[in-house]
Design a protein. Structure first.
Length: 404
């Protein structure tokens, strides 16, 4: 007979697979589940109930997934594979797009951003922006904390050790004990949440990299992810997987040609199942982790959180949610947003002008609320007129919601 602990581990494994496609090693699953049980003060039976709780379960499921993620990444990881990529597919793309001089790439499972910035540097070498090339690189990952690191673009000195000296000098500036990505390179790369188990990644990509990500997936989830990756390719686009990721059975729906060494190509006569709009901003359709408080699979449950609201409560149709006071961890704001989304009709405007303090975790709460609004077919608008909140929005790449 299964013990309570064994039942909880089995349920946690099911959650990891269903939520993010992860297939953690038994030792890792055991260690991380025990960590999470200690963190929330729950017994095995209590933790299992928490995972399935309609209100609190979604947030804990994502906390569990975050703890199980490997998230390993480095600048210029596997340089031989990158050199082959530059000499083959990237050179071919440069020749093919020489007239309109536009190339789009996606680093899927980018973690803290090193691979996304790496591919941006490699593209710049072959297609210099100063020569008129318009390069777009999208970095997507399921982990919001990792994406926050990527957006800041600052890395310790040891993280930049594998960047070739010439590229380090060209694309980075010394910043204390580390390095910061220069604005010229940072402008080429946009980071946004992305779950490879769901469709909706960037469209019409000429190049997609997903290296050493699928090795952590179960077989069915890996095949499902490859179909979504392939569907993000433009006709003639390339998909690069890691050397360790052997697709023993390439899904027929992916419609890819295997070129060897983890490289695949979408035939020129295959059209994506979604419209290929090259003008659409990268990441706008990227699926995000569900907001805390949303039921799994629900398209209408909004963001949720802890306790105590601090807004004026005026969030009916056309009424803004005015964020007031100090918000360090975002938990109180999550509750406000959950209630506001339940009442909103058509549009929800969130006004940050009266906030005294906005901590970095608030950005994660706002992104989850925006995702919940999109699922509920609501327009989500962040607005601020004062310099402090406006700077905060720009720093967290949230200043794109438009005006109500």
């Amino acid at each position: 007979m299964e013990s309570e602990r064994e039942r909880t581990l089995r349920r946690a494994a099911e959650v990891a697979s269903a939520t993010a496609g992860l297939r953690p090693e038994p030792w890792m699953l055991t260690a991380r589940v025990e960590e999470r049980m200690r963190a929330v003060g729950a017994s095995p039976e209590g933790y299992r109930r928490l995972l399935d709780d309609p209100a609190l379960g979604p947030a804990e499921r994502w906390a569990l997934v975050e703890s199980l993620r490997v998230g390993e990444t480095r600048f210029f990881r596997h340089p031989k594979q990158l050199a082959e990529l530059a000499a083959g597919p990237i050179a071919e793309l440069a020749a093919r797009h020489a007239e309109h001089r536009r190339v789009r790439a996606w680093s899927a499972g980018c973690a803290t951003g090193q691979e996304a910035f790496t591919i941006a540097m490699v593209l710049c070498e072959a297609m210099p922006p100063e020569a008129g090339w318009k390069l777009e690189v999208f970095g997507g990952d399921i982990s919001e904390p990792s994406l926050e690191v990527a957006r800041r673009g600052r890395y310790p000195a040891e993280a930049a050790a594998d960047v070739p000296p010439a590229l380090l000098a060209r694309h980075f500036v010394a910043d204390g004990t580390g390095y910061r990505v220069r604005p010229e390179l940072a402008r080429l790369v946009r980071f946004a949440p992305c779950n490879l188990l769901a469709p909706g990644g960037p469209r019409a990509c000429d190049l997609v990299l997903c290296r050493n990500v699928l090795i952590h997936f179960d077989v069915a989830s890996g095949e499902r992810a490859v179909v979504h990756l392939a569907d993000s390719l433009a006709p003639g686009g390339y998909l690069l997987l890691g050397h360790a990721e052997s697709m023993r059975r390439l899904p027929a729906e992916a419609r890819l040609e295997a070129l060897g060494g983890g490289l695949f190509r979408r035939p020129s006569d295959v059209r994506p199942s979604r419209p290929a709009d090259r003008e659409r901003p990268l990441g706008r359709d990227a699926p995000r982790p569900p907001a805390a408080g949303a039921r799994p699979g629900s398209d209408r449950r909004p963001a949720g959180g802890a306790q105590e609201a601090t807004s004026d409560g005026a969030t009916g149709a056309g009424q803004p949610l005015r964020v007031r006071g100090r918000h360090e961890d975002g938990q109180r704001l999550a509750v406000e947003l959950r209630e506001a989304l339940q009442r909103a009709r058509g549009v929800l405007v969130v006004d940050l002008d009266e906030a005294e303090l906005l901590g970095d975790p608030v950005a994660i709460v706002l992104r989850r609320a925006r995702a919940a609004a999109e699922r509920a077919e609501l327009r989500f608008v962040l607005t601020a007129t004062k310099p402090g909140p406006r700077r905060w929005l720009r720093r967290h790449d949230l200043a794109d919601g438009g005006e109500p």
